[in-house]
Design a protein around this ligand. Structure first.
Ligand code: FRU
Length: 485
């Protein structure tokens, strides 16, 4: 397996397909010792094409094992995004001999219907597995949710709702989300909708997710509705927004006024969370790309990777709720050798020459409101991260970071993250670099910024400038991240 993970730009500790095109994560579910990761997959090419569900499994979300394709297109259409649940009480009746069925709920996309100019070409279907995801049988009563003429009608997320003892399904219909309920995963009843005129609407709504989360440090629970939108992201193209509110089993309500973004970078899209995690944690995985240029990134045998799995945390800051994300703790087990340690006094800078910088984790603690990190290689390709309070924000400048010319949208501007003040006076900065991506976590995960980069030679130098005259950069450490392939 390791041979195929040696291509230029290939991530070494992020999930990517062994070959060919991948987009959204699908069917994230834990069952019987295994975390499943299904994904939008086109096995014939490195550009988007007729969609299948690719499949991988893991015991820890750190090391993955590739499995055969789980779902193939059929007479109802291509297999678009969706989710999966463990049907513990065999409500569907798919289970035999006491085996708990794993049930996938996905969108069928009928190409012919779309080509014919019809509006009802997307419907929802289900399939089940009795061997923990190895083999799948499509339900012969598909589609389970028919389409009455809605053009965009897709990406069902299903979960078990304890209070009403029923399954809830949320899908998106262009500019809003629709909620449905079922007792058996087969017959669905429409409940309500949310979202017209709420939040960002620069593009079509995609890949919803809905789940409860405890407000950190309290017993209070709020509901989080995640919605990806394409285009219309603050830094261009596709990104993921969220709403904090309440869900009573019928309607989702929210008093939120502001638009909220789950990630401020350009490359975290279509992300959703795991069902049925054993420890109750809310684990999120996103597709590390952007529809603006996803089809043209400079790789040859495979295309695109997933974000590192992240734990989502709900924080109450003053009178507002914020969805924070941090890399899954288990990922830290990959950080082995210390490549460099650093400390930068106020008004100072430090130049570090680091081998293996391209596959590393960088952490430091700071109260600095004015610092810059400049990554570079011998070709003088540079990636600049700049925290600057005078400009009210954080900047990622990948304009000269290597191969940026494959499509104009990739390197045409600096990306801006509005930050007025950090919540924590001191906080840990956490950065994960993996050959063609960087993930930055600021202010204990309140800001996460995910970006693809394609330095044509590995970065081997890091300059850290601390221009804040009152605060130091401390406990700096660069660690090598082991390859998982
Ligand atoms: C999001 C998306 C989904 C759709 C899938 C098709 O990236 O457009 O809405 O189901 O990709 O591959």
């Amino acid at each position: 397996e390791s041979k195929i993970y040696t291509e230029q730009y290939c991530p070494q500790y992020h999930f990517s397909p062994p070959e060919k095109w991948m987009n959204d994560p699908n069917g994230l579910v834990y069952n019987n010792g295994l975390y499943h990761l299904f994904y939008q997959y086109y096995p014939e090419d490195i550009v988007w094409g007729p969609m299948h569900w690719g499949h991988a499994v893991s015991h820890d979300m750190v090391y993955w094992k590739h499995k055969p394709i789980a779902l193939y297109p059929d007479e109802h259409g291509l297999i678009f995004s969706g989710s999966a649940v463990v049907d513990k009480n065999n409500t569907s009746g798919f289970g035999v001999d006491g085996k708990e069925p794993l049930v996938a709920v996905f969108t069928y996309h009928l190409m012919e219907g779309e080509k014919a100019g019809r509006n009802d070409f997307q419907t929802q279907g289900i399939a089940y597995s009795l061997d923990n995801g190895d083999t799948w049988t499509k339900y012969d009563g598909n589609p389970v949710i028919d389409n009455k003429g809605i053009r965009d009608f897709r990406d069902p997320k299903v979960f078990w709702h304890d209070k009403t003892q029923s399954w809830i399904l949320v899908l998106v219909a262009g500019d809003h989300a629709k909620f449905y309920t079922s007792k058996d995963l087969k017959k669905w009843r429409y409940l309500s909708e949310f979202g017209k005129y709420r939040g960002a609407h620069g593009g079509v709504w995609e890949c919803p997710d809905l789940f409860p989360l405890k407000v950190e440090g309290t017993d209070k629970e709020k509901w989080v509705l995640i919605i990806s939108i394409n285009p219309g992201a603050p830094n261009g193209g596709s990104e993921t927004q969220y709403f904090i509110g309440d869900f009573d089993g019928i309607t989702f309500t929210s008093t939120q006024k502001k638009q909220k973004w789950l990630d401020y970078g350009t490359d975290n899209y279509a992300g959703v969370t795991y069902n049925n995690t054993p420890d109750g944690k809310r684990i999120f995985i996103g597709w590390m790309s952007n529809w603006d240029y996803a089809r043209n990134t400079p790789t040859k045998k495979w295309r695109s990777a997933m974000t590192i799995p992240r734990e989502l945390l709900l924080k109450k800051i003053e009178d507002d709720y914020v969805l924070a994300s941090m890399p899954l703790a288990e990922i830290n087990t990959l950080a082995t050798a210390v490549l460099e340690k650093f400390k930068v006094a106020s008004g100072n800078s430090d130049t570090l020459n680091v081998k293996d910088l391209n596959q590393s984790k960088i952490t430091f603690t700071t109260a600095s409101r004015d610092f810059k990190l400049i990554f570079s290689n011998d070709l003088k390709e540079t990636l600049v991260l700049a925290m600057n309070f005078k400009n009210n924000g954080f900047i990622v400048d990948r304009m000269k970071s290597g191969d940026t010319g494959f499509q104009s949208e990739f390197g045409n501007k600096k990306h801006f993250v509005p930050i007025k003040e950090f919540t924590n006076e001191f906080f840990d900065v956490n950065i994960l670099l993996d050959w063609s991506s960087i993930e930055i976590f600021l202010d204990n995960g309140i800001y996460s910024i995910t970006e693809q980069i394609f330095p044509t030679e590995p970065f081997n130098q890091l300059i850290i400038e601390n221009s804040d005259y009152q605060a130091e950069i401390e406990n700096g450490e660069i660690q090598f991240m082991k390859s998982v392939w």
